[in-house]
Design a protein around this ligand. Structure first.
Ligand SMILES: Cc1ncc(C[n+]2csc(CCOP(=O)(O)OP(=O)(O)O)c2C)c(N)n1
Length: 394
């Protein structure tokens, strides 16, 4: 339980405590040129894991670029990029044990790749084909993988936050040696679920890492219109949760912060909040146009803080990576992604009935009725359902 035993302090004059008096330092390790800040401590990292992280950076960049193009060509209906936030996501993912549960928001597919989700699995999900693990029941990029301990994404913002608190509490009750990490944006931190989740985790001391990607925008709403205080980190302190703020564009700083958070969450069986300061370089989603609410100059300024470039320079300084390695890896992923699109887009859709089977142990009556109505609709208006799941099975 939390410690309420601290000696109370008294005053005889009415005194307002100003939350702004609490200034959060930001952990930094890597400078823009790939060298370390003076006195900065390297997190635990060896060559193999450093390169594994970088492979996921490049894969994610290529996937984002190609799939955004595929959406523009009308091949998939929707896409969201991780561009600019790869360090925040991968620095965190690389600090975890493979069996730690990841509860993501929707912009964290880099972590799923790091865990081992294959290119084919990414494609099958986006094209909602017969091999999609979710059987086409989710929007594109709303991945989930039981085998990789990656909870299926929900579109409603913030729902994963209390769920993560509850899941981590379950891990504690079962005496497991694992934690849960919960990603969300600073926009989602405005939801009631954020407050419910943090309070619940703090009171029950659940081993959960709340990881806020503060990327400056919630669709078109800039951070300064989302909160009056100093970001999200001070809220952790308010709930009695150990908190750290980190440069979210610095792979090594995020890795160090998350390694510490995991160790504390596991050893002390308590929640930890991390706020990673970053920037969403791309549009919110393929349905958004950021030119309506922010300038090209602002975006350009942030391109100079590109987390992938900074990390690559560090790898090169170690003698672990070269420009020719880089070019070859980009080309390899581009070819693989293009080839995988061609395979995934022609695979058949899952049968319509899978909309309701394997969701419940037994299909409830109201869902069977709805399924019959959908079938009737598809049969009546086939021209509107050319690609509809399982038309041939009706
Ligand atoms: C409950 C709810 N309200 C609104 C939305 C619409 N919506 C989707 S994403 C989003 C912005 C989220 O911003 P943030 O949490 O900062 O994450 P980011 O997209 O910046 O990564 C909003 C408002 C939603 N999906 N769910």
């Amino acid at each position: 339980m939390t410690d309420n035993s601290a000696q109370p302090q008294h005053c005889t004059e009415a005194t307002l405590v100003d939350g702004h008096a609490l200034v959060f330092p930001t952990l930094r390790v890597l400078q823009a040129d790939g060298s370390l800040y003076e006195q900065a401590q390297l997190p635990q990292i060896d060559k193999a894991s450093a390169l594994k992280i970088y492979h996921s950076c490049v894969f994610t960049r290529v996937l984002d670029e190609r799939m955004l193009a595929a959406q523009r060509q009308g091949r998939i209906s929707f896409y969201m990029t991780c561009t600019g936030e790869e360090a925040a996501v991968l620095g965190a993912a690389a600090a975890l044990d493979d069996a730690d549960m990841i509860m993501a928001q929707y912009r964290e597919h880099a972590a799923l790749h790091y865990r081992g989700f294959t290119l084919e699995q990414f494609m099958n999900q986006m094209f909602s084909n017969i091999n999609d693990l979710g059987k086409g029941r989710q929007m594109p990029i709303h991945y989930g993988s039981k085998a990789l301990h990656y909870m299926t994404i929900s579109s409603p913002l913030g729902t994963q936050i209390p769920q993560a608190a509850g899941y981590a509490y379950g891990q504690k009750m079962r005496g497991e040696d694992n934690v849960t990490i919960c990603f969300f944006g600073e926009g989602a931190a405005s939801e009631g679920d954020f407050h419910a989740g943090l309070n619940m985790a703090a009171v029950h001391q659940a081993p959960v890492i709340f990881f806020c990607r503060n990327n400056g925008y919630a669709i078109s709403t800039p951070a300064e219109e989302q909160y009056a205080g100093d970001g999200i980190a001070p809220r952790g302190v308010g709930y009695g949760i150990k908190t750290i703020r980190v440069d979210g564009n610095d792979m090594l700083a995020v890795l160090a912060a998350t390694q510490l958070a995991r160790q504390v969450a596991l050893e002390q069986q308590c929640p930890v909040l991390i706020e990673a300061m970053s920037y969403r370089l791309g549009a919110h989603s393929s349905s958004d146009d950021p030119s309506g609410y922010r300038s090209k100059e602002e975006e350009q300024k942030w391109r100079e803080h590109d987390p992938v470039l900074r990390y690559k320079l560090w790898l090169q300084a170690q003698g672990w990576w070269s420009e020719s390695d880089d070019e070859a890896l980009y080309q390899q992923y581009k070819q693989e992604v293009l080839a995988a699109v061609k395979v995934a887009e022609v695979l058949p859709m899952p049968e319509l009935s899978t909309l309701v089977t394997d969701v419940y142990d037994e299909v409830p009556k109201h869902l069977s009725e709805q399924l019959e109505q959908v079938k009737t609709q598809v049969q009546q208006y086939p021209e509107y359902y050319r690609a509809t799941a399982g038309k041939e099975h009706l």
